[in-house]
Design a protein around this ligand. Structure first.
Ligand code: ZN
Length: 458
């Protein structure tokens, strides 16, 4: 553990993974969220692949052999057990969908009657999913005397389609397996970078990005990270039939940065939306993003006295100029309503957004506005409202950005940004009881750490 330059370089690598993390500070969360979304998607894909591999590794069903049945997916087992007659071992066949294959191709391949796949697709409901088979999908077919008796197809990690022949034709059932959610913990000390030390602690990249995103408004992981900082994470692991499917989301997290303790807990509101809060129910989100544009450099800072290059005289600069190419999207810094949208003197094309009674943000020198927006439109934090230009009194393409508190411009780079709305008071009691065990988990990790660092190894 050290503050060697190599360690610091690694931290910058982390910064590079998330563009603008160091320069744009809090404004860089949009790319982080994008990355996070992509990561989530990849994780789901990986889970799906793992699921199919798991199935691929499973032996053909042999209900007469206890051992084979034990290894077998419980859903299929129950489907088999529920069958009116116990099928013979040799009747199950596994078909893996190849590129371009349809259900009819698979039936052809197994010399099954084409009227059967037609009849199954006609059942509709979840059977319609069989019209859109994907490469690698696995179908299990129970065939008796050259005739399809049963077809099993996993719809997702929880649900399995089971189609069985009966006297009248086919009947389809969707079986749902219970997903068990277990809690896991990980902890570590920063020696190198959040990525490397997070991985060492057993966290996957998605969880590490989620961790960085949770604390992203409070901690700049590219600049504020120090060797010796500590992290603890309580997260979900999803299991099906006692087999791990994948890691879920972070439930609680702690980061001790330069001696300051930050804690976050996840809370699912009654409307089903989830967010991370401080242990007292304060939002971990800020009401405003720091920088509303991906800029190349700050071309002019906030100043009460500066030489105006066009007016050729001293004039206060009530905002910050972010140099960026013409056409770069400009994002609303916070939720609000457009108060003004149009041309206004030296500002050129300008958007003014009102965020409640206290705050306003101003975006000047725009080349154009986003289609469909007008004065009175509601906008959300991060939404594109316009594009960088150089209209009005501007010597080059840039965004002139102002942050006004009670009508008075303040420095948007240094102003203390208010937090997003805390939990409504009527949810606080439910919040406290839900997060208490998570906070206890964090306390336990802390206690373990304190004990470990107090007692020297034997
Ligand atoms: Zn300006």
């Amino acid at each position: 553990m050290s503050l060697q330059p190599s360690g610091l370089r690694s931290m910058n690598q982390f910064g590079n993974r998330m563009p603008d993390y160091s320069s744009a500070g809090e404004a860089s969360l949009a790319p982080v969220r994008r990355t996070l979304l992509i990561c989530s998607f990849l994780t789901v894909c990986a889970a799906a692949v793992a699921y199919y591999r798991m199935n691929a590794a499973a032996p053909a069903v042999e209900p007469t052999s206890d051992q084979a049945a034990e290894n077998y997916d419980a859903i299929i087992q129950s489907a088999v057990n529920n069958a009116l007659s116990v099928p013979a071992a040799s009747e199950w066949t596994r078909a893996v969908v190849a590129r371009g294959q349809t259900l009819s191709d698979i039936f052809d391949q197994h010399q099954l009657a084409p009227q059967d796949w037609l009849a199954i697709l006609e059942l509709g409901g979840d059977c319609a999913r069989l019209k859109h088979l994907k490469v690698g999908d696995v179908l299990r077919l129970r065939i008796s005397d050259g005739e399809l008796q049963e077809l099993i197809y996993p719809l997702d990690e929880r649900r399995t389609l089971d189609v069985r022949r009966d006297e009248r034709g086919f009947e389809a059932t969707t079986l749902t397996a219970a997903i068990e959610r277990r809690t896991a913990t990980a902890e570590g000390t920063i020696e190198d970078s959040l990525f490397n030390d997070g991985r060492k602690a057993g966290l996957n990249d998605r969880l590490i990005l989620q961790f960085a995103d949770i604390f992203g408004y409070d901690i700049d992981f590219a600049q504020d990270l120090q060797a010796g900082d500590r992290f603890s994470v309580v997260y979900e692991q999803l299991y099906k039939d006692h087999k791990k499917l994948r890691d879920g989301d972070i439930l609680a997290a702690e980061f001790v940065n330069q001696g300051h303790v930050y804690r976050a807990v996840r809370y699912v509101a009654p409307d089903g939306t989830s967010a991370y809060y401080t242990p007292t129910g304060q939002s971990l989100r800020k009401a405003f993003i720091r920088t509303p544009v991906d800029f190349t450099r700050i071309s002019s800072g906030f100043s009460l006295h500066r030489w105006h290059p066009i007016l050729n005289r001293m004039r206060a600069h009530m905002g910050t100029d972010y140099a960026a190419p013409i056409g770069t999207p400009v994002h609303a810094a916070g939720n609000g309503r457009i108060e003004f949208m149009g041309r206004k003197g030296g500002y050129g094309n300008v958007v003014i957004i009102r965020h409640g009674p206290k705050y306003e943000t101003v975006y000047g020198h725009l080349s154009r506005f986003r289609r469909g927006l007008h004065a009175g439109s509601k906008v959300e934090q991060g939404e594109v409202i316009a594009y960088v230009g150089m209209t009005g009194l501007a010597t080059g393409p840039h965004l002139h950005y102002e942050f006004r508190v009670n009508g008075i411009p303040v420095n948007p780079v240094t102003v203390t940004l208010p937090r997003a709305n805390p939990l409504p008071p009527q949810q606080l009691a439910a919040f406290r009881s839900e997060v208490a065990p998570l906070l206890a988990d964090l306390d336990q990790i802390d206690a373990r750490h304190a004990y470990a660092s107090a007692s020297p190894p034997p």
